[in-house]
Write a protein that binds this ligand. Structure first.
Ligand SMILES: Nc1ncnc2c1ncn2[C@@H]1O[C@H](COP(=O)(O)OP(=O)(O)OP(=O)(O)O)[C@@H](O)[C@H]1O
Ligand SMILES: [Mg+2]
Length: 220
């Protein structure tokens, strides 16, 4: 599903050219659960942004579902970002004025799905992540773990080919973190393709395959 070949990415800081990703190659097959683990600043989020087509590479080739991203047009890129990828972030990125179910509905509305159907789909995903009865709560009326469940439901509601989760347990205590990992593992059992990004080796080990990244270099 994903193929990265000899990818490098640079940032310029003043006069210096900083190599953030150094000759990275790996692929991810459909239904795999892969974790990418590395210390702070190692390039994990940069890599995630590339995989999610939010950022571009300087060298190398990235193929997403048969599409060479370098050569893709804006319509193809928008299609991947909006339909093929479900993002989950450390800080949940929920809309604070909306309720749990409304947050899950947002990506569905964007696809032009009728309001009534949006509600039905969103409630189904709210239930699946174990939030039945909390659908009308706003994020500030939910615990951190519950907020992350809403974010996961939102990512799933779009029926993405792949879930990209960047430090999804980073803001959670150990017990809540374990619950979220359990939920992610269950999604994998149902066939969902997942890339989990973390600095925590214990969390990374929960995946079926672990890729290490240190100073922008990959070790598998
Ligand atoms: N827009 C940018 N301009 C310049 N340097 C950047 C930019 N974004 C990231 N970097 C640098 O790239 C390196 C990798 O950053 P990245 O955010 O990918 O790390 P990370 O592994 O996700 O770290 P963390 O675990 O702290 O989230 C860092 O040294 C960072 O300073
Ligand atoms: Mg990061």
């Amino acid at each position: 599903m994903l193929e990265l070949k000899n990818i490098s990415k640079y940032y310029t800081l003043g006069d210096d050219l900083v190599k953030v990703l150094d000759d990275i190659s790996f692929s991810v097959n459909k239904s795999e659960f892969v974790s990418i683990v590395g210390p702070s600043g190692s390039g994990k989020s940069t890599l995630m942004n590339i995989i999610g087509c939010l950022d571009t590479v300087d060298y190398g080739t990235f193929i997403f579902d048969g599409i060479n991203i370098e050569k893709a047009n804006e319509v193809q890129l928008a299609n991947i970002r909006n339909k093929k990828v479900g993002f989950v972030f450390q800080n949940f990125n929920l809309l604070w004025k909306l309720t749990a179910v409304e947050n899950v509905e947002v990506p569905l509305f964007y696809r032009g799905i009728a309001a009534k159907e949006c509600r039905t789909i969103a409630l189904d995903y709210i239930n699946r992540v174990g939030l039945k009865g909390r659908e009308n709560h706003k994020p500030n009326e939910l615990s951190g773990g519950q907020q992350q469940r809403v974010a996961i439901a939102r990512a799933l509601a779009g029926n993405p080919d792949i879930i990209l989760a960047d430090e999804p347990t980073g803001a959670l205590d150990t017990k809540t973190s374990k619950e979220i990992i359990k939920l992610i593992k269950n999604l994998h059992k149902e066939g969902q393709t997942i890339i989990l990004i973390t600095h925590d080796n214990e969390v990374a080990k929960e995946a079926e395959r672990v890729i290490k990244i240190i100073d922008g270099r990959l070790y598998e």
